[in-house]
Design a protein around this ligand. Structure first.
Ligand code: PMP
Length: 360
């Protein structure tokens, strides 16, 4: 068996101990005689798995009691609609920050339901930095403020949490949730597709303050109303049971490692090593302003784009896969989420040095 270091932006690597445990439990989950994927979501075995996963996630993030944790489907992309449908609450509109490809999509969707005030944009500079708090033009009557703390495609991460003068802060944390500790009470709502730091695709996590639930726009589909899921422990309909279970194993793995403070130390070390290697070379470049550089997604270009194909081919042969950058940015992108071992980043750095030495 030869497992590779997979630098995909998502679905991404899962921790090997998690995959091994899932393998062990595949045919018979703890004497139940069943795979978790075969269980009724209303049976006592799955209910216990689901409750444990939620408890562990609450513990990892220190989620206060007045927040609901929802285990949904539809991806972060569905949240682009669910957020305005549920949080506009009779107002004219909301504030959005335009800091990259994903916030742009969130803005386009929100415009279908209400007004959007773009409180800051970094599109002029091709999304290579996070705007400072002092640059934000927040409106007085916004229902909420939405931003994308980590832009997965551009590799831009906010080095601070926005101040919103009491307005609910909504964050698309798809590519950063669980990478470090956060103070949940500073947010009204956090959402994330699972397929990066949390677990397999198919599960979407929403953490929402209770007072924001229950005033959806007229015509909101039942499945798009947070209240439907909050009132039914995310079991109004059949939830993504296997993804929920695997995510629960990831939460236990994180707890065994010492939780998010320990993860943050490792993640910062991995990112710094890779950026240092890029900056020290005359051959690779990362366009993002240093203080806004993402710990999770590291885009970089080669001195000549003509070498891209060779780089990808030789990297793959060396067991380093899925390094091709997003088509909108070009070059390479190394996504180094929680489950990417430090050895994977070291292997990539060595490969890059050798490639530069022989081709540069
Ligand atoms: N937001 C961000 C920041 C993302 O990285 C992604 C997926 N790469 C999405 C939203 C869309 O997520 P999904 O595919 O789960 O709808």
């Amino acid at each position: 068996m030869a497992r590779v270091f997979n630098f995909s932006a998502g679905p991404a690597m899962l921790p090997e101990p998690v995959l091994r445990q899932a393998q062990e439990e595949m045919l018979d989950w703890r004497g139940s005689g069943m795979c978790v994927a075969e269980m009724s979501h209303r049976g006592k075995e799955f209910m216990a798995i689901a409750a444990q996963a939620e408890a562990d996630l609450r513990e990892l993030l220190g989620i206060p009691d007045n927040y609901k944790v929802l285990f949904l489907q539809g991806g972060a992309s569905s949240q682009f609609a669910m957020v305005p449908m549920n949080l506009l609450r009779g107002t004219e509109g909301a504030d959005y920050l335009n800091t990259g490809s994903w916030s742009k999509k969130a803005i386009a969707e929100a415009r279908r339901y209400g007004g959007v005030n773009v409180a800051a944009t970094t599109e002029d500079g091709r999304f290579t930095r996070a705007p400072a708090q002092s640059e934000l033009n927040l409106s007085l009557d916004a229902a909420y403020v939405h931003y994308t703390p980590n832009e997965t495609i551009e590799g831009v991460e906010f080095p601070y949490v926005l101040e919103t003068s009491g307005k609910p802060l909504v964050a698309d944390m798809s590519s950063t949730l669980l990478s470090r500790p956060i103070e949940v009470s500073r947010f009204g709502l956090i959402y994330a597709g699972a397929q990066k730091n949390i677990g397999p695709a198919g599960l979407t996590i929403v953490i929402v303050r209770e007072d924001l639930i229950g005033q959806p726009l007229n015509g909101t589909p039942t499945m798009y109303d947070y209240k439907t899921h909050a009132d039914n422990d995310s079991m109004y309909n059949t939830p993504p049971t296997y993804a929920w279970y695997l995510s629960g194993l990831v939460f236990q793995w994180l707890k065994d490692l010492g939780g998010l403070p320990s993860m943050a130390v490792i993640n910062e070390r991995k990112a710094q090593a890779l950026y240092a290697a890029i900056d020290a070379s005359g051959f690779y470049k990362n366009p993002v302003e240093p203080k806004s550089r993402s710990w999770m997604n590291v885009p970089f270009t080669l001195a000549s784009p003509e070498l891209d194909e060779t780089f990808l081919k030789e990297a793959k042969a060396a067991g380093l896969t899925t390094l091709k950058g997003h088509r909108s940015v070009g070059g390479m992108r190394a996504s180094i989420y929680n489950a990417m071992p430090e050895a994977g980043v070291e292997a990539l750095i060595s490969f890059m040095r050798e490639f530069e030495r022989t081709r540069g």
